[in-house]
Design a protein around this ligand. Structure first.
Ligand code: HEM
Length: 395
């Protein structure tokens, strides 16, 4: 059979291209060609996606040597997401202090204070406000800065460098390299400062752990901090406007959370399942040996893309999967991935998304979109989908 052209055309709004569901039903393991790189296998069923993400027969590290299927001219695989165990386990262990129960509890208090301040400021002028730039970005950026110990006042410098990390076709290769170089220097500088003068933040804890255990090199530590800083706000600051868009395009959804705040934790899980944030297919894995999935033999050394966006709507696991059910339980979605690379920041992301919805529904129960849902502007040329602007009002 001819390989399918990937990504499927409808990748910039939140609707899923119908081709995903067709493949899941009729051709669960299919061959696809990306704009660049080797042809790949696309896996769409929940159980198969779980296997690709969590089974040791699939490697991320091989992406450093191969012509990775991708949407950009250059292959910019690297960092912690392109490592395999045991190196990956060793590097990831420097973050073990990040989300201890005490740290997360402290973060919840801070998140509530910050979100409440931002919600007040947003409506102070009586004008519509932008849910992206006036709420989601400053909220998630302040949270990750406080966790890591990165000065929020430096955001003018590091924000665009960090964002470049999630860009695909929206910037040139030179811009990407220069942004990565600048961010590298900036983080190296911060690590040197904390070595000389430790504080109570995560960077200081990582530096201390490095000098006690010698488990990671200086370069590996810079790479991990860079990833946590960039992944730590760009994803959540995109996901939160997606959530608001879905809740407000059908206002009864938002009203349900206003009248029943106890539903918010399950609503966050359901929105994580329902919103297909990933624009171009997750980072491909490579088979280390021949693997059979849903009856199809995939040869050794082949790139495999796990389509979590449609696995999250597999009718074998989720009843009425294309319907948003804010009280759905259980909800074993794969929105934070699975296996060795399971999102390191999931506890923080969950906390931020829950607190943001708690604060907004309590403080701004009449919140609505200013414009018709169809006129919302969306990001383009990024790995993630989300509104670039989401104008909101309480008038
Ligand atoms: C709603 C927001 C978020 C979503 C949807 C999300 C999603 C994901 C997914 C799907 C992966 C797995 C990638 C793969 O297996 O190829 C991942 C990995 C990762 N995430 Fe998140 N993430 C979010 C927020 C965060 C936050 C707040 C942080 C940092 C505090 C973070 C840090 C990371 C890191 C460091 C990895 C790489 C882990 C590894 O390779 O071991 N993420 N994320």
């Amino acid at each position: 059979m001819e390989p399918h052209v990937f990504p499927f055309p409808r990748a910039e709004r939140l609707e899923l291209d119908p081709e995903y569901a067709r493949l899941q039903a009729e051709e669960p393991v299919s061959q696809v060609v990306f704009p660049y790189g080797e042809p790949a296998w696309l896996v769409t069923r929940y159980e198969d996606v779980r296997t690709v993400l969590s089974d040791g027969r699939f490697s991320r590290a091989l992406s450093l040597e191969r012509d990775v299927p991708r949407v950009t001219v250059e292959n910019f695989s690297g960092g912690i997401v392109a490592m395999d165990p045991p190196e990956h386990t060793r590097v990831r262990s420097v973050c073990q202090y990040a989300f201890t129960a005490r740290r997360v509890a402290r973060l919840r208090e801070r998140a509530t204070v910050i979100a409440t301040e931002l919600a007040k400021e947003a409506i102070a002028g009586g004008e519509p406000f932008d849910g992206v730039e006036d709420f989601a970005v400053p909220f998630t950026l302040r949270m990750i800065c406080e966790l890591l110990g990165v000065p929020y006042g430096d955001r003018g410098r590091f924000r665009q460098w960090a964002e470049a990390g999630l860009a695909t076709t929206s910037i040139s290769e030179e811009e990407r390299l220069s942004a990565a170089g600048n961010l590298w220097e900036y983080i190296s500088g911060l690590l040197a400062e904390r070595r000389a003068d430790p504080q109570g933040d995560l960077i200081s804890a990582m530096v201390a752990s490095q000098s006690e255990t010698g488990a990671v090199t200086d370069d590996e530590l810079v790479m991990v901090v860079m990833t946590v800083l960039a992944a730590g706000y760009e994803t959540t600051s995109t996901e939160l406007p997606n959530f608001l868009y879905v809740l407000l395009e059908t206002p009864s959804r938002y009203r349900e959370l206003v009248s029943r705040p106890s539903v918010i934790p399950s609503a966050v899980e359901e929105l994580m399942r329902y919103v297909p944030m990933e624009a171009n297919g997750a980072s491909p894995r490579f088979t280390l040996e021949e693997v059979t999935l849903s009856g199809t033999r995939i040869p050794a050394g082949a790139p495999v893309v796990a389509a979590t966006v449609i696995a999250n709507r597999d009718p074998a696991v989720f009843a009425d999967p294309h319907r948003l059910d804010l009280t759905r339980a259980p909800n074993p979605h794969l929105g934070f991935g699975l296996g060795a690379h399971y999102c390191l920041g999931a506890p923080l992301a969950r906390l931020e998304l829950q607190v943001a919805l708690e604060v907004l529904t309590a403080a701004l129960p009449a919140l609505r979109l200013t414009d018709e849902p169809g006129s919302v502007e969306w990001k383009a040329g990024m790995m993630v989908r989300g509104p670039s602007k989401l104008m909101l009002t309480v008038q």
